[in-house]
Design a protein around this ligand. Structure first.
Ligand SMILES: Cc1cc2nc3c(=O)[nH]c(=O)nc-3n(C[C@H](O)[C@H](O)[C@H](O)COP(=O)(O)O)c2cc1C
Length: 226
């Protein structure tokens, strides 16, 4: 059987096959250079390049867990100007078109970076990284109003509702009402279980919910790092 023709045209970029590594997930130089003949890739996708230099998260950034790994690298970047001058030339030798993944935390960052690279023949295509939630900055402007409503209902309304309900039941209505309800169902709440429930609903639940609510609200207020 002859070789298959896997060529595709992706938005004007010719690729000999539709295979390219995901952004940030492949190290073309330091560790993987001899593992795979990279000129056989349809394209090379670079790790997202931020508009301005940024350090990313502090170590540890990656850890193994059962069945996989968790990473919070935080898009460290030299910034688009330094990338084009110092890092892009390294990709010339690979022999596959380069897809440039751009990141930023404001729409202007994407326009500016795209303008800087627009006429550069070494860039085959641009990908916009609008979703990387681990930098806490991509989502706000790529999310829809439904995502916003979702985070309000899950992040604020639910812990606030639970906080108010526990205060109301624990301190105003009285947990006895709950015990009576349980009894009505034909179950019996023992004295020690009732004491534990009483303590939890009065003290533990309000404090825990207040912590969660504070954490969620503080998260909303994060000011993006440049
Ligand atoms: C260590 C690491 C770094 C990553 N860095 C970036 C990045 O810089 N830009 C980006 O858009 N995605 C980045 N990603 C996300 C990957 O591109 C990819 O979307 C993710 O691993 C999910 O791929 P999958 O759905 O095939 O598992 C990174 C992923 C990992 C594991």
């Amino acid at each position: 059987m002859g070789a298959c023709d896997l060529r595709i045209n992706l938005g004007g970029m010719e690729m000999k096959n539709p295979v390219m590594p995901a952004s940030g997930a492949y190290d073309y130089f330091e560790h993987n250079a001899d593992v795979f003949p990279m000129d056989r890739l349809g394209a090379v996708m670079v790790k997202s390049v931020h508009r301005h230099p940024r350090e990313g998260n502090s170590a540890p950034r990656i850890t193994e867990v059962l069945g996989g790994m968790i990473n919070a690298v935080g898009i460290p970047s030299v910034g688009i100007e330094a990338f084009m001058a110092q890092e892009l030339p390294r990709f010339d030798a690979i022999g596959a078109p380069v897809v440039l993944s751009l990141s930023g935390h404001a729409p202007e960052h994407y326009y500016e970076s795209a303008e800087i690279v627009a006429d550069d023949q070494r860039v085959g295509a641009i990908e916009l990284n609008l979703s990387c939630p681990n930098v806490g900055t991509g989502l706000p402007f790529s999310a829809t109003w439904l995502d916003f409503m979702d985070s309000i209902s899950e992040g604020v309304a639910m812990p606030l509702g639970a906080l108010l309900m526990s205060v109301w039941i624990g301190w105003f209505v009285g947990p006895k009402l709950i015990r009576d309800e349980v009894d009505l169902e034909g179950h019996k709440m023992s004295g020690s279980l009732y004491g534990f429930f009483n303590f939890c609903i009065k003290f533990i639940v309000p404090v825990a919910m207040a912590f969660i609510l504070y954490g969620m609200v503080a998260d909303f207020m994060i000011i993006p790092k440049p």
